[in-house]
Design a protein around this ligand. Structure first.
Ligand code: FPP
Length: 246
């Protein structure tokens, strides 16, 4: 089925966020170590980024490494960090020619120095690009992010910089690591798991969720189009009733 032809380009989500899951299971199915799946997962990242650009999506956020992922075997953690550095170095010219701006969300100060340096260089190089923003969630978790925001806000209240009564939704959003990035209209999780795993809990207040059984290394262009088409079939009411939506 040609999903792309059915998509209403005027109603594509501005921000799509993806929990890329299933690399390990995919590798095991092929009789390989987990890192083999992560390596193939990069190919899906490349394809989904291109498909998102074709749809006119402006922000694509990918959950690449959570604060909990440090608990994985050292070999896998080291392999993922190495893969990240290599992938960014390999893709930088493509990011430039496709006008992709690279961003990160998460506690990137906690990443190895080589990762931080590669990310910093790529973010500086791509900072003026405008077609699409690719936000990599690295050493990210919502609970870390919200705790951090709470600490920053309470410090400002204590010092008298702001009053408690001034705290509102917008102020909280502005103290999150996603500051300046619109909330995602659509969150996709692959591999048949139905949970958020500490991802964008605040930002997901009105997101639509799309779960599919496809393992991340098998998730391709058509799978993204299918998800967007499904999103377009939903009625987003934001607490109102159908009749109020014109
Ligand atoms: C989840 O699958 C996947 C990850 C924790 C890592 C995702 C990282 C990549 C696809 C590489 C990213 C690279 C760039 C450049 C963004 P899993 O290992 O939890 O799979 P499982 O549930 O089958 O074990």
């Amino acid at each position: 089925m040609d999903y792309l032809a059915q998509i209403d380009k005027k109603k594509t989500p501005v921000h799509v966020a993806i929990i890329m899951d299933g690399n390990g299971r995919w590798a095991k199915k092929q009789g390989h170590e987990r890192l083999y799946g992560h390596n193939f997962g990069v190919e899906s990242v490349r394809e989904v980024l291109k498909a998102s650009t074709d749809l006119g999506i402006k922000y694509l956020t990918l959950y690449a490494f959570s604060t909990e992922n440090w608990n994985r075997p050292k070999e896998e953690v080291d392999g993922l960090m190495d893969l990240l550095v290599r992938s960014i170095a390999n893709e930088i010219e493509e990011l430039m020619s496709s006008d992709v701006r690279l961003l990160t969300i998460g506690d990137t100060d906690g990443l190895p120095g080589s990762c931080q340096a590669e990310l910093k260089s790529a973010m500086t190089k791509t900072e003026k690009n405008k077609t699409i923003n690719l936000a990599l969630a690295l050493n990210y978790s919502s609970r870390w992010e919200m705790t951090n925001a709470l600490k920053q806000i309470s410090r400002k209240v204590s010092s008298g910089e702001i009053k408690e009564a001034e705290i509102n939704d917008q102020m909280i959003s502005d103290h999150l690591t996603t500051k300046g990035i619109p909330d995602p209209e659509l969150i996709i999780r692959t591999s048949g798991e139905h949970r958020l795993s500490n991802f964008l809990l605040w930002q997901a207040a009105y997101s639509e969720f799309y779960f599919c059984d496809v393992l991340w290394p098998d998730f391709k262009r058509e799978d993204l189009f299918k998800a967007v088409l499904d999103y377009q079939s939903r009625e987003r009411r934001f607490g109102m009733v159908s009749e109020q939506l014109t």
